[in-house]
Design a protein around this ligand. Structure first.
Ligand SMILES: [Zn+2]
Ligand SMILES: [Zn+2]
Length: 979
């Protein structure tokens, strides 16, 4: 019997197994026990500690003791994001997961948070998950090499297609190297150009920018390798390949009727002649059959088994074989030559022999020619190999040399992170300033500065600046983000190039087009368009984002994954690209974009050139050619037919509008390429995108960024203090002074504790200040007339905002004895409610535009689960989060739910802390309501912005937790089972 005690995030399970269990079975079994954390063999590893307390990967069953001792194992995975800053974990230094040293805990924080919180002098730290306290200077959470090696890096290697680089060295094909290089270059260029443009706008000096310099350096190295490739390419004789050399070589060895017999026969006949000379006998007596023995002796089968692969090893094998043949043939020839000179002209069979010698010479010559060709190939291959090795080396970081592409991945991730950060800063300058002001708050111990009213004012300021009366926002300042999605090889990259009018691969901003994967994660290119309809001839910035294609293979896993990809790029408009009949897979994306994300989409059918030709052939029974171009009627008819076909779907429904396109590069069908209609709907598509960009107020994307950024601020500045020192009551005091606790404080703490909490201040002062801010915040919030459903809140702190008109309580709320462990039931119909404004009309278009409640819905879903472990599992299990997701994932509520779950885990301690965190939860809910209301109100005041564009006007509230039935992917229904 094996006795195993497995732990995962403080959850402990004892497992017993018979000794005949295999390692794989054991592995699966252990992971299955923690399925609530959505661990599986792809996302988790099992570790143990050896005698010296070193953590090792459990990779064989022999390690387990059979003597009945309990063996401790630990299930590790990369958790969804840092619960302090909401940043997802990544391979960049700042985003590395740092693991709590509590063996059973292993909860992770990002490196940056740990660095900031502990400071240079190692400040005390408190793990909010397992409540482990790290004293001053004591080692805090640290990196776990096993997690990085087995979980983190493999995910990123996959994401950035490292396997294509790994496979380069196996078969040496120059084209593969070239296209891989082009592709990686395009990625680096697009990201660094985007970043540069952003930095340039803010007048940042980029000369000293370490990452950009590193990218430059890498791009220069790419250039060098491209030169090398070109040189090798010029030296190559493209008719000479390993394959045809080998073919010729085999032909030579098997003989040629006019010139020489097969290699074996030739060797054998030479041996005969030697014997004839020795005995002066008739050579015809010695003609005999080739036996099996001789076939073995001359390695006939070896020649047939030689590999024709383009690799150094196959070339080496051929050269070895040639060497062997020469060793057989040359000594025989030399012996005979010696005999000939001895008996020159005397022997009767000299003529026969001379004849034979010519054959030998011919064969030797033929072999020599092949040998030279192969030697030549060998030098070229060696050079290609050096080139590939160089390429691999420059893609790797010195300190991470075992992982292919480690440097490339790191740089891409860093650039991505910085671009995302700059986007936030561009859009929310006030909020950014506030964060910067407060982030080092732990340096001074005096008074807790962060005030919720300041957060709200900052976000309001930023939003009103965009949407309000004197708004700075125009479609000309915020780039419109257009994502291109579709299955792999449907022509996304071609479309991408065409939309930007890039027709040649020599353009530095060319998006690589290849049959193999040409896009890792995504490629972003910015382009400025001028509007046709806008009289002021304004410039409209549009960012096109080419998202990696979805593969049909293992569609269940991949398409679930693809929703994440779609979400992550967070675009205002999506182009759904397809090249066949519109399928259910594409339908699921369409619904997801429309309903769940509340974004716009357009449908684009690619590769219409061949569709056109087929239709023409069918309709007129002749093949289309240039002479028929003049008949515009016919062409119009066929184009209409193409439109009708493109609108058809696999599920008996018609699509409303589809744009037709054909690619210019690699090439549109030559029959069409010069025709006046060869662009199909391209121009129309571009015009429509521009038109939508002008009229779309991008509010959903901005709201999401606003909510997440504010939530980060609340989490880092208001809650984080708890982690630094659990006993720092001053922080609670800080919140108390800005939040109307009302009669809650005495109820929770009693007067004695309140005095401890406010130790440094005197009561009357606090009371006054408190009342003042209460009024201030309340007045401020009332200005916006926002109504919050009582059930969305955990405390009564904001009771003055509760929507009292809503008497139908569809949510069952029960409170436990302490009055804090709130249990709620999810009643779906309640959530179809839109935000209410006191005086506004509820039927206006604006109210349909955006909806709050995502945060609270997430909270409610979690609130139902009592056990801390399950709470943490709730969002994880339902979404199946993977490493490297940006915060822009799914709904806002989703992103917030993760750390909220984690914070919920600490709510079991002292009441004050409990209350503090419930209050912070409420702040998040309030925050989302507030931001939504501000945006809605601004939009309402701007009549010109209320025009409804695109297809995504929605009538009912999109339900985050339940997606459509015909969407056969993972998603969220499972959540409800945790209640
Ligand atoms: Zn963090
Ligand atoms: Zn811990």
């Amino acid at each position: 019997m094996y006795h195993i005690r497995a732990s995962c995030l403080e959850l402990i399970r004892d497992l017993d197994y018979d000794t005949d269990i295999t390692f794989d079975q054991l592995n699966d079994n252990i992971l299955r026990v923690f399925s609530q954390y959505s661990v599986n063999s792809d996302t988790a590893i099992i570790t143990y500690f050896n005698k010296d307390n070193v953590e090792l990967l459990l990779d064989q069953i022999e390690i387990l003791p059979t003597n009945g001792d309990i063996f401790h194992v630990f299930v590790k995975k990369v958790w969804d994001c840092c619960s302090l800053c909401l940043q997802t974990f990544s391979i960049t230094d700042d985003q590395l997961p740092m693991e709590c040293l509590g063996k059973k805990c292993g909860y992770q924080y990002c490196h940056k948070c740990i660095k900031t919180l502990r400071g240079l002098d190692g400040q005390p730290f408190f793990c909010m998950f397992c409540k482990k306290q790290y004293a001053k200077l004591e080692n805090g959470p640290k990196r776990n090499e096993l997690i990085e090696k087995y979980l983190l890096w493999p995910q990123f290697s996959k994401k950035y297609g490292s396997e294509s680089v790994t496979s380069l060295g196996i078969v040496l094909i120059l084209d593969n190297l070239q296209s891989d290089l082009e592709c990686r270059k395009a990625h680096l260029l697009s990201r660094s150009t985007t970043l540069l443009n952003k930095l340039f706008k803010r007048n940042v000096d980029v000369n000293e920018d370490m990452e950009l310099n590193e990218v430059d350096q890498l791009l220069q190295q790419f250039e060098l390798i491209q030169n090398q490739i070109q040189q090798i390419f010029n030296r190559m004789n493209h008719n000479t390949t390993v394959d045809n050399c080998l073919f010729e070589y085999r032909e030579i060895l098997s003989g040629n009727e006019d010139c020489y017999p097969s290699f074996i026969h030739l060797c054998q006949s030479l041996i005969n002649y030697i014997e004839v000379f020795d005995n002066y006998s008739d050579p015809s007596l010695y003609q005999h059959e080739v036996t099996d023995y001789e076939e073995t002796k001359y390695c006939v089968n070896d020649v047939n088994s030689l590999s024709s692969e383009d690799s150094l090893s196959s070339i080496k094998a051929i050269l070895d074989d040639i060497m062997f043949r020469k060793k057989c043939l040359i000594p025989l020839r030399e012996t005979l030559q010696l005999m000939l000179t001895d008996d020159l002209g005397q022997h009767p069979y000299t003529n026969y022999l001379n004849d034979e010698m010519r054959k030998v010479e011919l064969m030797e010559l033929s072999i020599k020619i092949i040998e030279n060709k192969i030697i030549n190939l060998h030098t070229i291959f060696t050079d290609i190999n050096i080139c590939i090795t160089n390429y691999k080396n420059i893609l790797k970081d010195d300190n991470n040399f075992t992982v292919d592409c480690s440097k490339f991945i790191r740089l891409c991730e860093l650039l991505h992170m910085r671009i995302e950060q700059l986007e936030i800063e561009e859009n929310f300058p006030q909020l950014t300033q506030l964060t910067n002001e407060w982030k080092d708050i732990y340096d001074n111990d005096n008074e807790f500065k962060p005030k919720i009213i300041q957060v709200l004012k900052a976000v309001e300021y930023d939003l009103v600046n965009k949407y309000g009366e004197n708004r700075q926002y125009t479609p000309y300042t915020i780039p419109y983000k257009v994502g291109i999605i579709g299955c792999r090889s449907v022509g996304k990259s071609s479309l991408h190039n065409r939309l930007r009018n890039i027709e040649t691969e020599y353009d530095p901003l060319f998006s690589p087009v290849a049959i193999e994967k040409s896009t890792f994660c995504y490629l972003q290119f910015d382009k400025i368009y001028s509007s046709n309809t806008d009289n002021n001839n304004n410039q409209i910035p549009i960012s096109f984002i080419d998202i990696e294609g979805c593969t049909d293979i293992d569609s269940e896993l991949k398409s679930g994954n693809y929703f994440e990809e779609i979400c992550k790029v967070d675009c205002d408009l999506y182009l759904i690209v397809f090249d066949r009949e519109f399928s259910k897979l594409e339908l699921s994306w369409k619904k997801y974009i429309e309903n769940t994300m509340n974004r716009k989409y357009l449908l684009v059918r690619t590769k219409v050139d061949s569709l056109f030709l087929d239709c023409y052939q069918q309709e007129f029974k002749i093949q289309f050619n240039n002479s028929q171009i003049i008949d515009e009627q016919k062409i119009k008819r066929i184009l209409n037919k193409c439109h009708t076909i493109a609108c058809k779907t696999q599920y008996n429904n018609k699509l409303e509008k589809v744009y037709l396109t054909a690619s210019k590069y690699p090439r549109c069908d030559h029959l069409i390429s010069n025709a006046y209609f060869s662009d199909f709907d391209k121009q129309q598509l571009i015009d429509d995108i521009i038109e939508i960009a002008i009229h779309d107020s991008r509010e959903e994307r901005l709201r999401k960024i606003a909510v997440i950024t504010t939530a980060k601020l609340i989490n880092t500045c208001f809650r984080r203090g708890y982690v630094v020192s659990v006993m720092k009551y001053k922080i609670a005091a800080g919140i108390a002074s800005s939040i109307p606790f009302g009669d809650e404080i005495p109820r929770y703490f009693g007067r004695e504790k309140v005095r401890q909490v406010f130790g440094v201040h005197n009561n009357s002062y606090i009371t006054n200040k408190w009342n003042k801010t209460t009024n201030e915040l309340q007045t401020y919030l009332m200005k916006y007339k926002l109504h919050i459903l009582k059930n969305d809140m955990y405390t009564n702190a904001f009771s003055y905002l509760f929507d009292r008109t809503n008497t139908i309580e569809k949510i069952a709320v029960t409170r436990d004895d302490e009055g804090v462990g709130v249990k709620r039931k999810l009643v779906r119909s309640t959530y179809t409610k839109k935000i209410r404004m006191k005086d506004g009309d509820n039927n206006g278009k604006i109210l349909k535009k955006i909806f709050p409640l995502t945060t609270s819905r997430a909270l409610i879903a979690i609130g139902g689960a009592a056990d801390a472990g399950i709470r943490l599992a709730a969002p994880t299990a339902s979404w199946g989060l993977r490493v490297g997701l940006s915060v822009g994932l799914a709904g806002v509520g989703f992103v917030l739910a993760i750390p909220l779950c984690a914070w919920a885990a600490i709510s079991n301690g002292k009441q004050m802390h409990n209350y503090l965190h419930l209050l912070c939860n409420d702040l998040l809910v309030l925050n989302e309501y507030f931001i939504t209301t501000v945006i809605n109100q601004c939009l309402q005041n701007n009549d010109e912005l209320t025009a409804d564009f695109g297809a995504s006007t929605i009538e009912s509230f999109p339900n985050l937790f339940e997606l459509d039935d015909d969407m056969d992917c993972v998603l969220i229904n499972r959540r409800q089972t945790t209640n």
